[in-house]
Ligand binder design. Sequence first.
Ligand code: CO
Length: 330
Amino acid sequence: MVSLRSILKVIYAAEQAEGVGARVRRSIGVPNMRNFTPFLMLDHFNVSPDAGFPDHPHRGQETVTLVMKNYMLHEDFTGQSGVLRPGDLQFMTAGKGIVHSEMPFSEDGTNVEGMQLWVDLPKELKHSAPRYRDLRAEEIPIVKPNDKVEVKVISGTSYGVESVKELAYTPMDYYWYTVQPGGEFEQQMNPEFNGFMYILNGSVQMQNKNGMGELVKEHHSIFFNRDGDTIRGKVPETSSKTDFVIIAGQALDQPIVQYGPFVETTKEDIYHAFNDYQSAKNGFEKARGWASEIGAGVDEGLFRVKSNSMLSQGVPLEPAAHKVITKDEL
Ligand code: CO
């Protein structure tokens, strides 16, 4: 029998300044939702191509970046670099330390749009070696359980369709729903996972034990209690086409002590993180004297160099089609 989760909180993500000339809508990591274990931050970013997130460190967490429009380039102090295209994601485990640069690019000067999620690492994995996993758009299956609902299964299982596995160290699910007016949806949730949704555009109504709840509009997050195994809702006939993400992750039973991009379980470890970063040791050795190539900004020429290098690894600039599973195949 289905047990529906109740709503803990609905929060509006107001636009705020972040990085160098960037604007973000933050729904986790704000005063009325400091964190939602294992999640530390969610930013819906919409940045001008001359803005960006130049050289900065991370420790003790994972970041999951989804690009929705145009391109995001990245480069880190180990010499790795790459290009995320529309629909691509990058799962990055900062572990004991990474210093990197994340910079937008668009061919026509329009803004770069996407989402960045920060995920806490279990205490015993906080100081593991850094690693990356690029998840290319082509690797993400799309399930269409009916004419009005389409789900990109980024991580987890939706309507019986499974994603690529083992993307992050902290177990998590990530779905991108597109629902037409009048469409109804239902997503199962692991009972041990905290889950929430963020509405990119349009509006939704979630079902609770007493029927349909109130209408929740774009740029709001809905946080659920961990009191059921399913969330269910609809997009009203009177709404426009609606996009939202549903994100859930293993709740971690540990303190969160965060100072900017350093996330530990004690104040003492935060002090060590600052000290290690400043003196380039214990994971930050390569930070000494390092500056990224892309941090000063990405022009057409540099973008060509980076995208050609991606092509040489078998990834074309234009993402190929997703694998689509329709209701007849379910
Ligand atoms: Co970063």
